[in-house]
Design a protein around this ligand. Structure first.
Ligand code: ADP
Ligand code: ASP
Ligand code: MG
Length: 412
């Protein structure tokens, strides 16, 4: 029988009533003749609560135990979803990651899926099971320890299952009815897109649009998974939501397709480092080894052989970045006057494959921010995106102004 993957995010399984509603959606697809793999998140707020408990117990926690704790939210919803389906006379059972098994790397808290052997679940489908309810976000390491895939990781579980089982489609059910031109919580003028290209979705996700985890988009692109985002709160047709697809399938030709933001950025400046060959390697090598996700970088003009180096990284990694720099200073590989961390910044980005062929996007972006009196602290560009770092207090204003400037309220 054809296989369908359906993923329900935290708000879609937030309580027993919501789980029943999601189960009804699953029932509709089962009735159409699909064998269904349901991927569930923890109930909304649960993972945050578990992370909080870990941090309170042990600030510099053992990541293996962090994973043991934070993966547990999904176990509860998987069992409850299986029970709900059984109550509807649909043969279903739950699977934790290790039971499938979802084999991952040992990078605790940000593990990558390496393989999902389909044999165990396929054997149960052959015996008459119609729905496999899998706990998202979790897997098992080569050492046999429970791992998690990073926040938002159930999206990645879903796409990885769709690839492993050659599913006809991977439907991501969430609390919005698709991918919008920007976060609808920030701008009431945000418009739902019927289709979005993989490359654009990848940039939007990595620049902060939480609607899909970045890695899930990467996997969908690589394994050609038909990926759809839709709402679990409304009745849905087969055409509902947003289809994430190849560039050729998207007919629109706007320079900008969406505006993303990330609140959790910090701007770090190393004051007065030696301006010499190898200085960037001496700074960013240790940062990379410490697992810091450096995004934007600027090196100022040198004066008297000294310069300042600025980079951005997630706010939660500031302490680790400071430690890595102090260690490099102590060991003598770099020398700097001091390290200034500005954690009151946010990153706002415009994304669009149309930028490749249309000029003037950067100019429009800078003029728009300037008209609003917003100072740009750092700029980074790639072929299909322009990002700026600004004071966090202007973040929403910047998103709305850019949404207006690129006339995204006319998108569809
Ligand atoms: P789930 O719990 O279902 O995984 P998430 O909270 O992870 O849901 O993702 C959905 C949220 O992503 C939406 O509620 C919305 O606020 C946010 N979001 C950010 N950017 C966008 C965007 N461009 N389009 C749609 N939603 C977005
Ligand atoms: N429950 C996990 C989180 O909140 C994974 C997910 O929902 O995708 O990050
Ligand atoms: Mg999510």
């Amino acid at each position: 029988m054809p296989v369908l993957v359906m993923k329900f995010g935290g708000t879609s399984v937030a309580n027993l009533d919501r789980i029943r509603r999601a189960a009804k959606r699953v029932g509709v697809e089962v009735a159409k003749g699909y064998d269904v793999i349901v991927i569930v998140s923890a109930m909304s707020g649960k993972t945050n609560e578990l992370v909080g408990w870990v941090n309170e117990t042990s600030p510099l926690y053992d990541a293996r135990e962090y994973d043991a704790v934070v993966s547990s939210g999904e176990n509860v919803t998987a069992g409850l979803m299986a029970l709900t389906l059984q109550e509807m006379d649909i043969p279903a059972r739950s699977w934790q990651g290790w039971q499938v098994p979802v084999q991952t790397t040992s990078a605790h808290a940000s593990a990558r899926i390496e393989d999902i052997p389909p044999a165990n679940i396929e054997a149960k489908f052959a015996e008459g099971m119609r729905v496999a309810v899998v706990a998202g976000f979790q897997g098992v390491s080569p050492e046999g320890r429970i791992t998690t895939l990073g926040r938002g990781g159930s999206d990645t579980t879903a796409v990885a299952f769709a690839a492993a089982f050659k599913a006809e489609r991977c439907d991501i059910y969430t609390d919005v009815d698709g991918v919008y031109t920007t976060d609808p919580r920030i701008s009431s003028k945000a418009r739902k897109l019927d289709k979005i290209a993989f490359e654009e979705m990848l940039e939007l996700a990595s620049l902060g649009a939480k609607v899909l985890q970045t890695r899930s988009v990467e996997l969908a692109m690589r394994y050609k998974v038909k990926l759809r985002v839709l709402s679990s709160f409304e009745e849905q047709s087969d055409e509902a939501g947003t289809l994430v697809c190849d560039e050729e399938e998207v007919m629109e030709n706007r320079p900008v397709s969406g505006i993303a933001y990330s609140r959790d950025e910090a701007k770090m400046t190393l004051i007065s480092v030696a301006d010499r060959p190898g200085i960037a390697a001496a700074i960013f090598g240790p940062l990379s080894e410490a697992g810091i996700n450096v995004d934007m970088i600027i090196q100022n003009i040198a004066e008297d052989g000294r310069t300042d180096m600025t980079f951005s990284c997630p706010t939660e990694q500031v302490a680790r970045a400071e430690k890595a720099m102090e260690e490099a200073k102590t060991s003598g590989t770099i020398n700097y006057h001091n390290l200034v961390a500005d954690t009151d910044v946010a990153k706002v980005s415009a994304v669009g494959i149309g930028m490749r062929s249309q000029s003037g996007v950067a100019a429009t972006m800078f003029k728009t921010l300037s008209d609003e009196g917003i100072n740009i602290k750092v700029i980074a560009t790639s072929e299909i995106k322009i990002s700026v770092l600004i004071d966090r207090k202007y973040m929403e204003l910047a998103v709305q102004a850019l949404h207006d400037a690129f006339e995204l309220e006319k998108a569809a």
